[in-house]
Design a protein. Structure first.
Length: 142
């Protein structure tokens, strides 16, 4: 897709941050709803805990607004789990998701990064060099 002048300018204004600076539960919930990323976000306190307890949180900002987010749980040695990657629709397909994943991969170097995808995002992970695995098991939360 050719980059419009408007989108190129938007891209130049993006600011990447590590950590919780500027984040609030409300901002996270709004981004999840807009992306859309289907998560149980009706309890702001639980949403905040998801980020406080993460090993690593990366965010992207556009003119003071939260435009992208990703977090990782990692032991720093073997295993890392990428959770809840979301990019604001106005800046999707501009390389923001790629930049977030590449930054996370860099910070989790040496570990295996796993994640759960969705029908709409599987093509993205394929483009990012992830491989679908058949040997994963999951037990739903009770
Ligand atoms: C999936 C998502 C994070 C991608 O972010 P993005 O900033 O739009 O992605 P990028 O622009 O960095 O794309 C990187 C590459 O993946 C491709 N891509 C992006 N989304 C894609 C999709 N849904 N299907 C196939 N390819 C996709 C891009 O074309 C680009 O390809 P290129 O390397 O050939 O240029 C974003 O669309 C999103 O937030 N979706 C809703 C929430 C979601 O599904 N999150 C994942 C949870 S599992």
């Amino acid at each position: 897709m050719p980059l419009t002048e408007e989108k190129r300018k938007a891209l130049e204004k993006l600011e990447f941050r590590e950590g919780l600076e500027g984040l609030t539960p409300a901002r996270i919930i709004t981004l999840f709803r807009r992306a859309p990323l289907l998560r149980a976000v009706d309890d702001p306190q639980r949403v905040w805990q998801m980020y406080e307890n993460a090993s690593l949180v990366l965010t992207v900002w556009y003119e003071g607004q939260l435009a992208g987010i990703a977090r990782v749980l990692t032991d720093g040695v073997l295993h890392s789990y990428l959770c809840d990657l979301a990019v604001e629709p106005d800046v999707q397909r501009l390389g923001v998701g790629r930049a977030l994943v590449e930054a996370l991969l860099e910070r989790c170097k040496g570990t295996e990064l796993v994640l759960r995808d969705s029908d709409i995002s599987s093509g993205f992970y394929e483009r990012m060099g992830f491989r679908r695995v058949e040997n994963a098991w999951m037990r739903a939360a009770k």
